[in-house]
Design a binder for this molecule. Structure first.
Ligand code: FMN
Length: 305
């Protein structure tokens, strides 16, 4: 039996359900030197903003038990250079390309998405709504259902391909935010972005990140992500892309069973850059062993007590 790894999200077919997560392989150029990107279901770019950003000064990453902290500060080349210099390479890859968009005002999100609308070779946008909103005193877009719905609705007006809302775990009720994103017109949800955390050097008494706090990622957050994927799956009809601490094919299966249609791999790339290739192989073996014909059959099949 040849297991079918294809999945469809918002009408877009992916060869397999394993993608790379935003911010963990830049714009794909370096990763293409490790393995052919056609082995991925899809590639998600670093968050792109209207203007280029240098991000926070170093140190902006720190290793912690079973994960890492980062406060990169959305360093990126800006939308114009992204379209001129990065997109031609990505458009030539035989994998799905998802461009992650960030902003500090609603207008910034809209303007970046408007400019992407005419660009060939990208399949979807993923909106990083875990960004401080300068017009609302720094409150994150994605922590408020009203702002979440507004952002999705505004972006959907200017971008005609599917839009994924990437949800933050740092909220009181992720299902309320998921419902607001759906209401605003999101076509899919990515669950989750990093979990707020910090770490302090006890010799210098200084935080290990110049931003004083950052986002925790890696195996430490997997159980949190699984629970949130399942909560969203039970409350919301949109397809879910599960993210958080995935480092093996077994982890991928866990996310699918909890309700994900596909997954993204982030921190694991820093340990093993070809981890997604190993995961695709492992997922195929798992399906063969258990005689599962299509990977889509695993979604949401956790047998809860
Ligand atoms: C160094 C680093 C940079 C990241 N940059 C972004 C980013 O620009 N935009 C975004 O939406 N998520 C970003 N993320 C979050 C990841 O896309 C992902 O949601 C998170 O790392 C959880 O997955 P993981 O545990 O597999 O790493 C970043 C994560 C890391 C580790």
């Amino acid at each position: 039996m040849k297991p079918d790894l294809k999945v469809t999200i918002a009408g877009v077919e992916f060869d397999n359900p394993i993608m790379t997560a935003s911010g963990c392989c830049g714009y794909g150029e370096e990763l293409a030197g490790v393995f052919p990107l056609s082995r991925l279901g899809g590639l998600v770019t670093k968050s792109i903003t209207l203007k280029p950003r240098l991000g926070h000064p170093p140190p902006r990453t720190a290793e912690v038990h079973s994960g890492m902290l980062n406060a990169i500060g959305l360093a990126n080349v800006g939308i114009d250079r992204f379209i001129a210099e990065k997109m031609p390479f990505l458009a030539g890859q035989k994998t799905r390309i998802i461009v992650n968009v960030a902003g500090s005002t609603l207008n910034e999100y809209v303007e970046v998405c408007r400019r992407l609308n005419d660009v060939p070779g990208l399949d979807m946008i993923e909106l990083n709504i875990s960004c401080p909103n300068v017009d609302e005193g720094g409150m994150e877009f994605g922590s408020d259902p009203v702002m979440t719905e507004k952002s999705l609705a505004a972006v959907k007006k200017v971008f005609s391909r599917p839009v994924i809302a990437k949800l933050s775990p740092n909220v009181t009720s992720i299902t309320d935010i998921a419902a607001a994103a759906e209401q605003g017109g999101a076509d899919a949800l990515s669950v989750i972005n990093s979990v707020v955390g910090t770490s302090v050097d006890i010799d210098t008494w200084r935080p290990r990140l110049t931003n004083n706090k950052g986002g925790l990622t890696g195996p430490a957050i997997k159980p949190i992500a699984l629970a949130l994927v399942n909560a969203v799956y039970e409350k919301c009809r949109l397809p879910i892309i599960g993210i958080g601490g995935i480092s093996s094919a077994d982890d991928v299966v866990e996310f699918l069973l909890c309700g994900a249609t596909a997954v993204q791999v982030g921190t694991a790339l820093f340990i093993q850059p070809d981890a997604p290739v190993t995961m695709v192989r492992g997922l195929k073996d798992y399906m063969k062993k258990r005689k599962i014909a299509s990977v889509e059959r695993l979604t949401g099949k956790v047998r809860k007590y």
